[in-house]
Design a protein around this ligand. Sequence first.
Ligand code: SF4
Ligand code: SF4
Length: 585
Amino acid sequence: MTICPYCPHHCDIAYGGTGICGMYTAVSDEITERFPDHWLMITQVSVETIPFVHAFPQAKALQVSTIGCNLKCPGCVSEVLVRNPDDMGTGLKIQSAQEIIDEAEKNDCKGIVFCLNEPTVSLPSFLRVARLAKEKGMFVGCSSNGYFSEHTLNLLLPVLDMINIGLKGKDEKYLRACGIINDSVVIQNIKKLVQAGVHVETALMHAKGQENDLITQAKEVVSISEKIPIQIMRCMAFGDLGQEFEPSIPESELLCDQIREYASHVYLFNSPGTAYINTVCPDCGDVLSSREMYGPMGCRPVTFLDNRTCSCGYKVPLTGMASSSRYEEEGMDGGYRPTRALECIQGIVTCLGVDDPLCAPRLWKLYLSHGKISSIHERIQKIPLYYGLIREVAEIVDKKDSGEELLSVLEEMKNRVTDAVKGMPRPRVLYTMGYPIFSLNGGRFENQLVEVAGGEPMNRLIKRSGKPGVNLSHEEFLSLNPDWICISGLFSLPKEECIAYCKNHALLVPAVTENKVVELPPSWDFGSPRWILGLMLLARSFHPKTCTWNMDEIADQFYQRFYHVSYRSVEPTRSFIKASAKISG
Ligand code: SF4
Ligand code: SF4
């Protein structure tokens, strides 16, 4: 038996066996990696995608990811990647540290960042890349749960420039569920990293009801250093998490206000359109850098203060040089976006009735390590391309007949809508996500749904694009003058809060004055075949005289047929894979 030195679990590993993470084995009294230099993903990203908000602003980096984790947090976005090392490990891309650095140099990347899973479980491979990166003058960063040993810390310190540590709160029950036995380890590691001059940012998940814990934890962070940015990740109802855990954007903003009473830099993520993602001067309140959402757990700067100094004299504690232009990733590449792309695939698999635990890892491996992520992004933006994706997935999982059945139901329901809206006047529709000033990209699937449902997508008049949209100015919003506002079922906002926001910000367009705002149920407009229900709901809203169907009945038929549950029994979830967070009744 050999003790693994890398994390506080210190697994006692038998010869040829594995520890908790499944990523190390023991050979001749030595702990070695089971999958050295095996990478799930190597892709170019902007640092704000990891996300870092105070380090090397706008820099392009090469993101590397492997598989596995030493924890098992409920609701983990990378669950398939971290829980199945045996199924995922073989078939990954093998690339030496030198080849990775060559790729980074060729693409003019300023640094290397390890993200998506936990670097502790692939430490020797990461260190090989990191050491070469330092020799070439690149920065090295990672996101981590911070639950690593002193041994790991000492190996990281000479090469690490920056780290984003995801804190897990203070709830003992939850910490145990994650696998954390001693949570003081993480705080101690943050202290040592800061003392050693490593740039540290922290991410805290805001689930409803956890506010006091977060406030306590943020205080702990501030007591180590006031310079540490605190990123609040608004919890999304993915996986098993029900919507009761999901705070609304205003609720998360309220929490940010409470934390800002003692912390200088607090940022709110997963909240499209919020101003709480901006860098604000803690002394005078001026906006020093405005940002917008750029994918789940990501952001991008829109305006940027070059000299880092506020007009009142306050200096923002930034690490590293800013790049003059910002890098923007392709499609769903980078950061945590690939996990969403792969959920779209699994969303199809669920409706094909596949019940094989090995199916998900097999598909992830196929699409991720063979560079097909970008192609998924294209294929989920247009209905005919989406049909092609269903056919491809059905063939891979050997369910061609089920695939054809799903396709014929989707086509039949779509035709019903097309017939009902033919020749009807088209209302002007703005598709928003989160706050109504966040406009989804015109080319996105949701806007195609609007068009098929007999509406005129106003989003297409905005020529800028983002992930998955852009903030509108007050003037732009008013000039679009929508008759209807649709609120995305992914990053949402309660209808009443949408109307209140518009009224408070003098955004008085017909959609607001006439109360024509539709809040799409979770996953009814993107990511899962349930988009067909969103299409019918939109058509029913825009054209109630000709679209006379009963949405509850239609939804129930669809859920019964493809999820084998009654619509009335489900608890809504933003998961593309599941129909319900859990089944009630
Ligand atoms: S890194 Fe993995 S094998 Fe090593 S102690 Fe931690 S969980 Fe166990
Ligand atoms: S630490 Fe991160 S990657 Fe690991 S299980 Fe928890 S959420 Fe997932």
